[in-house]
Ligand binder design. Sequence first.
Ligand code: DAH
Length: 355
Amino acid sequence: MSLLDDLKAIEEQALIDLENADSLETLEQIRIAITGKRGSLTAAMKMMGRLVPEERPVVGKLANEVRANVEAALATRKLELEKAKLAARIDAEAVDVTLPGRYLPQGTQHLINQIREEIEDIFVSLGYTVEDGPYVETTWYNFTALNAPEDHPSRSSKDTFYVVDNAPEGKEGHVLGESDVLLRTQTSGVQVHTMEEKKPPIYMICPGTVFRPDTADANHLSQFTQVEGLVVDEGITFGDLKGTLDHFCREIFGAERATRYRPHFFPFTEPSCEVDVSCGVCHGAGCRFCKNTGWLEILGCGMVDPNVFQFCGIDPERYTGFAFGIGVERVAALRYDLPDLRMLMTGDMRFLRQF
Ligand code: DAH
């Protein structure tokens, strides 16, 4: 077969192949097979050197035509395939603006935060400020300035999370309980911060998280919420304490619930008491919920001990005051008759949505 025939056959086959190419990748393979270094057309062109001189112009002309035709066909097919590819992509990525929006499940405010805000509202409406304090405290704020003696059991690492190894330099290791830095076990330390920063009259509350190494059970959590309260002014009496906390209990639990003040001991108040509200399940008759007492404890309180005033640089001859600490989870449990405090920590929406 002559080179002329070869060239025509190459062209014919090339045009068919190009027409059938269904992707840019196959098109590129076809191009390489024809005009690439080892392509069929390239090979045919190389053969021209062996022709007798008079044949060269004719074969050369045809070779150029074949090359031009093949390249033109390649370019056309390439354009078509590119267009098709773009169209397919536009199709695939199209946004259907008529589709309805996607439903995002809505959360609700957590019961603990609801109650905390409610308590805040009650005291803010009485003219109290809302203060904030650090979760990580020193023993000074959490114990010492609150009149807790050095050997008070709540300072032990069984009752307090100590968080920093501050063993003296050169001394290796660290014994829990020797640290000065801890996760606060009560919000009462904010009393000290506030009295250090502000002059009386002070009317403040401080809501916040506190931590204790307790194993969680129906009545205990290792992390829970308190609202601390502190009043410092001239002429404050136990009557002010009782009037204020009775008002608070009525607002939170309703006028029909009774309150009871039981003597107790706290290092930072004297006298001190715990306040109970009458059981909402049995209304005082006695039931399983109130362990047959008819009463449920909700807060601790008392008249600020003069020692605490002295630690904080306030004159105990001139000022008196009262303080209290409310357990927020406890208030939630008593108000909604929750059988187990751990329900508040599970994040179960079926439970949380009820409130
Ligand atoms: N800090 C106490 C506790 O965690 C609660 C408390 C009791 C706070 C009496 C007070 C108070 O301010 O006066 O058990």
